[in-house]
Design a protein around this ligand. Structure first.
Ligand SMILES: C[S@@+](CC[C@H](N)C(=O)[O-])C[C@H]1O[C@@H](n2cnc3c(N)ncnc32)[C@H](O)[C@@H]1O
Length: 363
C-alpha cells in the first residue's frame, strides 16, 4: 500500500516500526499487529481518517487474509457503537424527524450535526433540500456516512465533513452559512452529548438570519417517583460495602422499567431548551419546579425527554409510552425518601454543566 503521509503519520513512521518496514521493503500489511498499533497511534494523534484509509486499503488489497481483515474491521468499527441499531429501530424517533424534515427542507441549505449513518441528511435531500452539509466528529462514522450516502446515490447533494461542529468554518466548510440545522445529539439526560454547546455555536456562528432548527426545542421532563428496582449493596463476603450506595453514579443506579407503576405524579418540564438563530441556547442556570404528588412514598424523580419540532410534531419517551423509544428513563434519587399526601407539592431543582445533569429535591 502506498501511504500519503501527513505530518502525524510521518512522525509515527519515523519513530520506528514504519521506517523499518519501509527500509526492508515490507508492506505495512505483513504484520497485522503492527498495522493495528499504527492505526491506533494515528487515531490518538488526530489522524483517524488516515487509519480508516489504511484499513479500507487492507481490505481491498488482501481480501483473503483473515487476520488482517479482522484487524481492519476493528479499525473501521471504532466508535460505531451498537446503540445505532436500537436508535435506528426507534420508529417514533425516525417518524418525528422525517415529518419535520419533509415539512421544512424544501430549497434549503442544511447542516446535519452528528450525521452518524447519514440518515437525516438523506431524508433532507429526499425532501428537496438544495444541499446538505453533514458533519460527524468521528472519522469512522464520517467515512461510513460517505459510503452509505454514495450507495443511496446522493453524494452530489451531501458533503460529509469529518469535524466537530464547533470546529466548522461557515465560509470554508459551509459555503457561507446554512438556512437550517438538523441535529440528533440527545442522550437520556438530554445534555450528555454536545447538544448545548453545539447548537449555541451553530446559532451564533453557522446560520443565516431566520434559520430553522430541527428540533426547535426540547424539555428535560420529570415526575415524582418511588423507585426500588435494585436493593442497596450491604454485606458481601463478610465485608460491609454499604458506602458504595452513596457513591454509585446516580443515573446508572436504577434503571426504571417502562410502565407507570413507579410514577407518583404527573410529568412536567424541569428545563426547557429553545434553539433559535442568533441566540445561544440556555446555559447552565439553575431551574426550580414544583412537582405534585399522587400520594405515597416518593424517593426521587424519574426523568425523560420531550423533543419538539413543531406544535404538532413531538417526540416524548414518557413512562408507559411506546416500547420502541430507545432512550432510557432515568431516576435521580433524593437524599431521603418522603411520605407524601395526595396533592402535596415538592420543590425540585435542576441544573446541568459539561454534559452532566443534576436533579435534587426533598424540600
Ligand atoms: C445519536 S447519533 C445520531 C446519528 C444520526 N444523526 C441519526 O439520527 O441517526 C449522534 C452522532 O453525533 C456525533 N456528534 C456528537 N456531537 C457532535 C458534534 N458537536 N459535531 C459533530 N458530530 C457530533 C456522534 O459522533 C454521533 O455519530
Amino acid at each position: 500500500m502506498t501511504l500519503s503521509l501527513n505530518r502525524d503519520s510521518a512522525r509515527l513512521l519515523n519513530r520506528g516500526i514504519g521506517k523499518e518496514m519501509m527500509q526492508s521493503g515490507k508492506s505495512i500489511f505483513d504484520d497485522p499487529a503492527v498495522f493495528l498499533g499504527m492505526a491506533m497511534s494515528l487515531k490518538e494523534s488526530g489522524s483517524a481518517d488516515q487509519a480508516v484509509k489504511m484499513a479500507k486499503a487492507a481490505l481491498a488489497e488482501r481480501p483473503d487474509d483473515a487476520e488482517l481483515n479482522a484487524v481492519a474491521r476493528t479499525i473501521l468499527s471504532d466508535g460505531v457503537h451498537t446503540y445505532h441499531q436500537v436508535m435506528l429501530a426507534d420508529i417514533p424517533r425516525n417518524v418525528a424527524y422525517r415529518e419535520a424534515i419533509d415539512r421544512f427542507s424544501e430549497g434549503k441549505t442544511i447542516l446535519d450535526i452528528g450525521t452518524g449513518t447519514g440518515l437525516l441528511a438523506m431524508m433532507a435531500v429526499r425532501a428537496g433540500a438544495k444541499h446538505v452539509y453533514a458533519c460527524d466528529r468521528n472519522a469512522t462514522k464520517a467515512d461510513l456516512a460517505r459510503d452509505i450516502i454514495a450507495a443511496n446515490g446522493m453524494s452530489d447533494k451531501i458533503t460529509v465533513i469529518n469535524k466537530m461542529s464547533l470546529d466548522l468554518d461557515r465560509d470554508a466548510d459551509l459555503g457561507g452559512g446554512v438556512d437550517m440545522v438538523i441535529s440528533e445529539l440527545f442522550s437520556a439526560n438530554v445534555v450528555g452529548e454536545t447538544l448545548m454547546q453545539a447548537l449555541a455555536h451553530a446559532a451564533e456562528e453557522l446560520t443565516n438570519p431566520g434559520a430553522t432548527f430541527l428540533p426547535e426545542r426540547c424539555a428535560i421532563m420529570g415526575a415524582l417517583a418511588e423507585c426500588k428496582a435494585r436493593p442497596d449493596v450491604t454485606d458481601v463476603e463478610g465485608f460491609d460495602l454499604s458506602l458504595l450506595n452513596e457513591r454509585l453514579k446516580k443515573d446508572t443506579m436504577v434503571s426504571v422499567p417502562r410502565g407507570d407503576k413507579f410514577q407518583r405524579g404527573p410529568g412536567v418540564s424541569l428545563y426547557d431548551c429553545v434553539f433559535e438563530p442568533d441566540k445561544p441556547a440556555p446555559d447552565s442556570d439553575k431551574k426550580f419546579t414544583t412537582l405534585t404528588s399522587d400520594g405515597g412514598t416518593v424517593n426521587g424523580v424519574m426523568q425523560w425527554l420531550r423533543i419538539e419540532f413543531a406544535d404538532d410534531i413531538i417526540y416524548e419517551n414518557m413512562p408507559g409510552g411506546d416500547p420502541l423509544c430507545h432512550w432510557g428513563i432515568r431516576f435521580e434519587p433524593f437524599a431521603k425518601p418522603l411520605e407524601t399526601k395526595k396533592g402535596e407539592r415538592i420543590k425540585v431543582g435542576c441544573m446541568h454543566a459539561n454534559g452532566e445533569l443534576v436533579i435534587w429535591g426533598n424540600s
